[in-house]
Design a protein around this ligand. Structure first.
Ligand code: NAD
Ligand code: MG
Length: 395
């Protein structure tokens, strides 16, 4: 069996490192062909020494120069490239078969889309790219014979709970609805009036998952679940009314599919991203992911509650954007990225994140999203509006 050659976009991140952990367990199956990072030279250097990929990419020239010098000195043959265009070229590289899309935010759009257009096997963690480009991305997958496999634990669980023959026709498969589970994040039971004073450190302390800072804040506001509702819409061809959100604080059931005969199929496991990553890397086979067995006696209880939309206005905003269609999801995503950055920088209060997004959605209006240029233009315009909304709220 020839080894699968993999590009890991965002190799230094939480998903990137979990991916490399699984790859390292199966050197006979997988080869890390290229590793990329934004600015973490030290971390990417260590990963290059360990995995000795053909290529490494840094966003900026100075970081690329530093990485190149360190690798040369260490006798590592990895070739260092620089910039966004290098990411696109690697996504399209003829020797690459699999692309792990694990850059955070809209920055991942172009390389992820390029992988779909090149007909690769695309392992999608970068949900923002799909939220932004929705139809365009799904068309690129269909028209170029790409294989799209969801890494987001909920969508991977839904994928595993759907029939193997599923072709994005829920009705034809007898699906009644999709139930996305959500932990509810760190503030599920905190007094409502304490949320204004939440700090970035509190918001990033997720009860069940260790993740990058942006997605951790998204989990605390539940915008993460909102983005996931939109992601499920595109991945599974599901209208908003067939996607329900269920708060399940233990994060053991990763999501469920209900069928018309009353059957509910769920995927369970310990909350460890190496499970969906290994599933997608080896699909349709199964490989060891290094994840410990699920101890049901230790867990003892699985509980469920509805999502409180007063506490989590971001979830309503995402449903609203999905129902509005057009550019609304792209605007929602851009405003959220700006607001989360401002919150992490101490320029915006936690509960103001939703206010900024709502105001941006109202002001942005609709705009075309039929081409990648139009999407990037919409994204830029929404960010400018969101920035002005953030400024106007500064303490
Ligand atoms: P992270 O912040 O830990 O890592 C992000 C990676 O992207 C890093 O390698 C960073 O260097 C790179 N990056 C950041 N900005 C970049 C830019 N402008 N250009 C190029 N590279 C850039 O994030 P994460 O938690 O690993 O999440 C990555 C993606 O996976 C996100 O879209 C997130 O929503 C999704 N996801 C993460 C988890 C999780 O458990 N962490 C679960 C589900 C989905
Ligand atoms: Mg998720």
């Amino acid at each position: 069996m020839s080894r699968s050659r993999i590009v890991v976009f965002g190799a230094t991140g939480s998903i990137g490192r979990s991916t490399l952990d699984v790859i390292a367990r199966h050197p006979e199956r997988f080869e890390a062909f290229a590793l990329t990072a934004h600015a973490q030279v030290g971390r990417l250097f260590e990963l290059c020494e360990q995995f000795r990929p053909r290529y490494a990419v840094m966003s900026r020239e100075a970081d690329a120069d530093e990485l190149r010098a360190r690798l040369t000195q260490a006798g590592c043959p990895t070739e260092v490239l620089q910039g966004a265009q290098a990411l696109v070229e690697l996504a399209e590289h003829s020797e690459v078969d699999t692309v792990m899309a694990a850059i955070v935010g809209a920055a991942g759009l172009l390389p992820t889309l390029a992988a779909a257009q090149a007909g690769k096997r695309v392992l999608l963690a970068n949900k923002e790219a799909l939220v932004l480009s929705g139809q365009l991305f799904m068309n690129a997958v269909a028209q170029n014979g790409a294989r799209l496999l969801p890494i987001d634990s909920e969508h991977n669980a839904v994928f595993q709970s759907l029939p193997h023959t599923f072709g994005r026709e829920l009705g034809a498969s007898g699906v009644r609805r999709i139930m996305l589970t959500a932990s509810g994040g760190p503030f599920r039971t905190a007094p409502l009036d304490s949320l204004d004073a939440v700090t970035p450190e509190q918001a990033c302390a997720h009860p069940n998952w260790v993740m990058g800072r942006k997605i951790s804040v998204d989990s605390a506001t539940m915008m993460n679940k909102g983005l996931e509702v939109i992601e499920a819409h595109w991945l599974f061809g599901a209208p908003a009314e067939l996607i329900d959100v269920v708060i399940h604080p233990q994060s053991v059931i990763h999501s469920m599919v209900e069928y018309v005969d009353g059957s509910v199929i769920a995927q369970l496991g310990n909350p460890d991203m190496r499970t969906p990553i290994a599933h997608a890397l080896a699909y349709p086979e199964r490989i060891d992911a290094g994840v410990r067995s699920l101890d049901l006696f230790e867990i003892a209880k699985l509980t469920f509650e509805p999502a409180d939309l007063v506490r989590f206005p971001c979830l309503s905003l995402a449903y609203q954007a999905l129902r509005a269609g057009g550019a609304a999801a792209a605007v929602l995503n851009a405003a959220n990225e700006e607001a989360v950055t401002a919150f992490l920088d101490g320029r915006l209060g936690f509960m103001q994140i939703a206010d900024v997004i709502a105001a941006t959605l109202e002001r942005a209006g609709d705009s075309p999203v039929e081409s990648v240029e139009a999407i990037l233009e919409t994204d830029g315009r929404a960010r400018a509006i969101a920035s002005s909304e953030i400024l106007s709220r500064q303490p």
